[in-house]
Design a protein around this ligand. Sequence first.
Ligand SMILES: Cc1cc2nc3c(=O)[nH]c(=O)nc-3n(C[C@H](O)[C@H](O)[C@H](O)COP(=O)(O)O)c2cc1C
Length: 180
Amino acid sequence: MNVDKAIRTRRSVREYKDLPVEDEKLRQILLAGTYAPSAMNNQNRIIVAITGETAKEKLNAAVEAEASEETRKRICARNGGVFDFFYGAPALIAVLSTDVLYPEADCATAIENMALAALDLNLGSCWINQLTRTQNAKVKSIFKRFGVSEDAVIYGCLAVGYAATEPEKKDKGGKVIIVR
Ligand SMILES: Cc1cc2nc3c(=O)[nH]c(=O)nc-3n(C[C@H](O)[C@H](O)[C@H](O)COP(=O)(O)O)c2cc1C
């Protein structure tokens, strides 16, 4: 898919088919993340793809256990009464960094790269914020078990899977100024 088309047609997908993401496609998406720019090319990102049902369930339960009542209600309301902070997507990709300069930006560039790569592979995605900068001890211990160092901070996640519904593609109205 041409880059312009990918940028202009990508939309957040919040309903997924009960189908796994093929290993080769997942690898391509993760590779796209690693090619994203980072401040001074620090490459201090750690990209963790979680596809196992047990790991996903444990993460979801850990987030639900610490969610405020308001957040719990909001997340349950958008998933037919069930708490699922990544919409039942078959893959959740967390992006962490150990950097101190611009780690949030370093992770954001990777997340957008992966969202566009997913689209190119006919997959949908949605940025997920519930783990961002989390201090949730259970979540941190789960990531430690994944092999992530304790100083790494999660700056964002991407849910990835086959879209069950086509998201609406309204035009966007961002402000742009060209100075000549
Ligand atoms: C930093 C950031 C955090 C976001 N967090 C969430 C989230 O937790 N859950 C969610 O459903 N969408 C989340 N989104 C997706 C936005 O809601 C979405 O990009 C926005 O509504 C525009 O829609 P579009 O992606 O379809 O163009 C997030 C997006 C960004 C950039």
